[in-house]
Design a protein around this ligand. Structure first.
Ligand SMILES: [Zn+2]
Length: 66
């Protein structure tokens, strides 16, 4: 069996690159390294803790494309 097109809530573990809002570090993190951070009207968010300054950054699910 194989998935042709992944559905919502799939377990795909892609990475996102983002800049920490506090210290400015450029971070690449897998979705599994964060925690589900809630839902807003434009989608799901994941809470990613900056490894440098420990500040939580909220990253939109669509950012995980890498
Ligand atoms: Zn930081």
């Amino acid at each position: 069996m194989r998935i042709i097109k992944k559905g919502k809530g799939s377990l795909s573990d892609k990475s996102a690159r983002f800049t920490c809002k506090k210290c400015g570090a450029l971070i690449e993190a897998k979705k599994s390294e964060g925690k589900y951070g809630g839902e807003q009207k434009d989608g799901f968010y994941y809470k990613m803790i900056c490894p440098q300054c420990k500040t939580p950054n909220y990253i939109a699910e669509e950012m995980f494309q890498l």
